[in-house]
Design a protein. Structure first.
Length: 157
């Protein structure tokens, strides 16, 4: 490794090779990762995993709520549609027990319903209808209006 230059000096070549040795030894000491770097990597990975798990959990809860909302809205609409079968004004004023409240058949037995019909005072034949679907943890209300031609009364003159 020692080279003599044109003037015969060996010192610059030695200085250059000493720098290489220092760099080489420094690289040999820095081969692996430090304990601090390992702990930091594990902490970053753990925080990322925790936030990803929280996001997945939130998505699952929102999906379950959306599924329940679809089912409950369809059940309430079906009960409201059933009221359309009641033709007369008198039938809406005195709902049969099986129309006023009940439980849905299997596989929807966890849901029940109540139906409230009240006349709107300003308009004869106009009724406010509220169908409430209940389940263990909550309820859903569907409000609507129904019109039935009022019964004609004859007056003697």
């Amino acid at each position: 490794m020692l080279r003599a230059s044109a003037r015969g000096s060996v010192a610059p070549a030695l200085a250059h090779s000493a720098e290489k040795i220092t760099v080489c030894c420094h690289d040999r000491q820095r081969r692996g990762i430090t304990l601090f770097e390992a702990v930091a990597a594990v902490a970053i990975g753990g925080a990322t995993a925790a936030s990803a798990l929280a996001a997945v959990g939130s998505l699952c809860r929102r999906t379950a709520r959306a599924q329940r909302a679809l089912v409950v809205e369809a059940l309430a609409t079906s009960r409201l549609d059933f009221l359309e079968l009641l033709d007369t004004d008198r039938e809406l004023q005195a709902l049969p027990d099986s129309v006023e409240e009940g439980q849905f058949p299997a596989p929807l037995e966890e849901y029940g319903w109540t139906t409230d019909v009240a006349p709107v005072s300003a308009e004869p034949g106009l009724y406010s209808v509220v169908v409430t679907v209940n389940w263990k943890d909550g309820s859903y209300q569907l409000r609507s209006r129904a019109y039935r031609r009022p019964a004609l009364t004859s007056t003697n003159r």
